[in-house]
Design a protein around this ligand. Sequence first.
Ligand SMILES: CC(C)(COP(=O)(O)OP(=O)(O)OC[C@H]1O[C@@H](n2cnc3c(N)ncnc32)[C@H](O)[C@@H]1OP(=O)(O)O)[C@@H](O)C(=O)NCCC(=O)NCCS
Length: 249
Amino acid sequence: MSTDVEKILRPIDNPIPPFPPKYMKLASGDEMVIRQVGREDIPDILRYVEPLIHVERDYYDIVAVRLYSELLAYYRYRVQDEYVLVAQIDGELAAVVNGRLLSKEVGMSYHTVALRRGLRVGAHAFAAKMEYHIDIIGQKEVLIVAESPIGFRRWMIEYGLEKRFHMAHELGGVPSWSLTKALFDQARDTLVVGRRPVPPPLLEKAKATILPPSDPPTPPTDLLAATRSLYDSTGTALMSQRWKQERKG
Ligand SMILES: CC(C)(COP(=O)(O)OP(=O)(O)OC[C@H]1O[C@@H](n2cnc3c(N)ncnc32)[C@H](O)[C@@H]1OP(=O)(O)O)[C@@H](O)C(=O)NCCC(=O)NCCS
């Protein structure tokens, strides 16, 4: 009985070509590998996404909580046609990107999260997932949204995305933006980097273990700091709150 219900609940993925791994040199001189992972790797990734749920800065919280659910849905067969790519530096998890196919011709970009900051690892990982949709799967366009101002700058502005506001995106039902093949072709020489094949020792190291990020975003030690940064960049709101508390004490 339960096996029969599972057959109904579990969607059947459409066959798509795998993402061929690639690598690139970052501004720091580090080499970063971007590769596709399978369901068996998801538990290792979830444990590094979970702490980001508590980081309000740059909207890591909402992105992490949604990404967590998408990864779990993939792991437990509760989403159709999803894929997950990871970026690793020396084996360490540096970025996670995912998405799915809405139809044969249209892709649905889910999330991009950078676990190492300041090196454009998120931008490179996002470019790799666009390359997957457009060049490797051969789709016509990818629907995209941004939850954070940095995301908006990286995707909508840098690629010059087109509005598809009549189409609700799967992420929160907000209006979609689109990366078409023509836009991707324009960005190809500047935003899409990386070489193939990945030298075997580099790829083997990446595949061996997904190591924990060494310097991931963390919540502020002072929990009020996140609120303060939202409303008062000078920090006076926090200070006056502290003074009030001290007076009460
Ligand atoms: C959006 C995101 C993937 C971009 O990743 P990225 O390309 O590697 O870029 P970074 O986040 O490291 O840097 C973004 C900017 O912040 C600056 N920055 C550098 N180090 C930083 C740090 N430690 N903390 C905050 N900002 C930093 C960078 O200089 C960069 O400025 P620039 O745009 O002028 O180049 C990443 O910011 C992220 O994961 N954000 C949270 C989740 C999110 O919003 N995802 C996208 C959903 S639409």
